[in-house]
Design a protein around this ligand. Structure first.
Ligand SMILES: C[S@@+](CC[C@H](N)C(=O)[O-])C[C@H]1O[C@@H](n2cnc3c(N)ncnc32)[C@H](O)[C@@H]1O
Length: 390
């Protein structure tokens, strides 16, 4: 092992053991193609003792592992050898950085710093939430008690709602000049996410908005409208109706979270037709493409196993949605919405209207080749858009 790496690992080891470590950051990837972006290490106190929390940040997800000091040294060594060229250790009195050059040479730099405070070791400290559980609508919606405490049975739901706002916030940022910002939430259901977005944009984002939840269940529409008007929430309303024929005059953002099966396609089609600047959907069940797939298992061996066929159908459904959106001028992205342990329906498909025209011929070729490979005649989104299948 190169001396400087060995020296850095020894400093890291003793900083950990002497309670001097505030945090350590790994950056500068060895390979640009790497999905891993950064690793952040900090001390953490768990019931079972003191550990080091390793947060691995990937392009569209993150993973946290708690390791012992011995495991931490081995892991940092492997990460530096395989993935990263830069390590920055922030201590209570010193910062030490290791830079690895592509030639293999290394540089170790130490900088004295004014004494820092010891890091907060509490693992379970409450994360700052974007939404205020004391807002009266959360009680009315059944997520909190009268004092604004999230009910134990609703903790996961509230976390999921916060996460949703956290993901949407940067996407909405560049639209905040729209006055008012017009948002449609298709298949709003009990309205949790509709209220959340309204709260975030009006209270924290200081935004003038009109948000309409569209829902076919009239009982839910009456209830959510009642709560919105009782809470004097200006610009928030719910309409009874069906996603496919809801009249849209002008629209900035279309949202459809967990709208069942092809209702997601109806929503995406409505967003594309209305030229929404942003489309966000969390696909639900994926029955349509599963039935359409006719590729032979000899050609795609995974298809002989029911569960893998189902997963493949999900992947194809959402890939085709993303590509068809790109064909219509959107920059598509698919990311994890909540951790799998909270919901199996955990993908979020987003489309931001791009300024430049896409290469329609190339996209049409990719879409039709993918469909052909799996024997798919028509994706429901093509039908909902009223276009000839690719
Ligand atoms: C699983 S819930 C999701 C609710 C909410 N978006 C959320 O994520 O918490 C789906 C909702 O969409 C509604 N829905 C499904 N298809 C619809 C359609 N075609 N038109 C209007 N509402 C629809 C259902 O009635 C249901 O309330």
């Amino acid at each position: 092992m190169e001396d400087k790496l060995k020296q850095f690992l020894e400093i890291f080891d003793s900083a950990m053991r002497q309670g001097q470590l505030v945090k350590l950051t790994l950056s500068k990837l060895r390979r640009r193609s790497d999905d891993l972006r950064n690793v952040y290490v900090k001390p953490v106190r768990l019931k079972s003792g003191d550990f080091f929390s390793f947060e691995h940040k990937y392009q569209s997800r993150h993973e946290v592992k708690n390791l012992s000091a011995d495991q931490a040294v081995e892991t940092i060594k492997a990460l530096l050898e395989l993935h990263f060229l830069q390590a920055d250790l922030f201590g209570l009195q010193q910062d030490i950085s290791l830079t690895i050059f592509t030639s293999g040479k290394m540089k170790l730099k130490t900088r004295e710093v004014p004494k820092r405070e010891s890091p907060d070791m509490k693992h379970d400290r409450q994360k700052k939430r974007l939404l205020d559980p004391a807002s009266p609508w959360w009680f009315e919606l059944g997520l909190t008690d009268r004092e604004g405490r999230v009910l134990p049975s609703m903790q996961h739901k509230f976390k999921q709602i916060n996460r949703y706002v956290e993901i949407l916030a940067p996407l909405l940022k560049h639209l905040q000049k729209e006055n008012p910002l017009k948002i449609l939430d298709m298949g709003a259901g009990k309205g949790y996410l509709t209220f959340a977005l309204h709260e975030y944009l009006t209270n924290q984002g200081n935004q003038n908005v009109t948000i309409t939840g569209v829902e076919m269940r009239t009982d839910l529409v009456s209830k959510t409208n009642h709560i919105a008007s009782n809470s004097n929430l200006e610009g928030l309303k719910f309409d009874a109706g069906s996603i496919s024929d809801y009249p849209i005059s002008q629209l900035d953002v279309l949202i459809a979270l967990h709208a069942c099966d092809t209702a997601t396609d109806d929503a995406i089609a409505a967003g594309i037709k209305a030229e929404a600047k942003l489309i966000v959907c969390a696909p639900c069940c994926h029955k349509q493409i599963r039935k359409e797939m006719s590729a032979a298992p000899e050609q795609h061996p995974a298809l002989q196993f029911g569960i893998l066929m189902e997963r493949q159908a999900e992947i194809l459904t959402d890939t085709l949605r993303a590509l068809i959106m790109e064909y219509h001028g959107y920059k598509s992205q698919i990311m994890e919405f909540v951790e799998l342990e909270h919901s199996p329906k955990n993908l979020l498909l987003t489309g931001v209207k791009a300024k430049s025209e896409p290469d329609k011929t190339a996209l049409a070729n990719r879409i039709s080749a993918l469909k052909k490979e799996y024997g798919i005649r028509e994706h429901f989104l093509e039908k909902a858009l009223g276009i000839t299948p690719f």
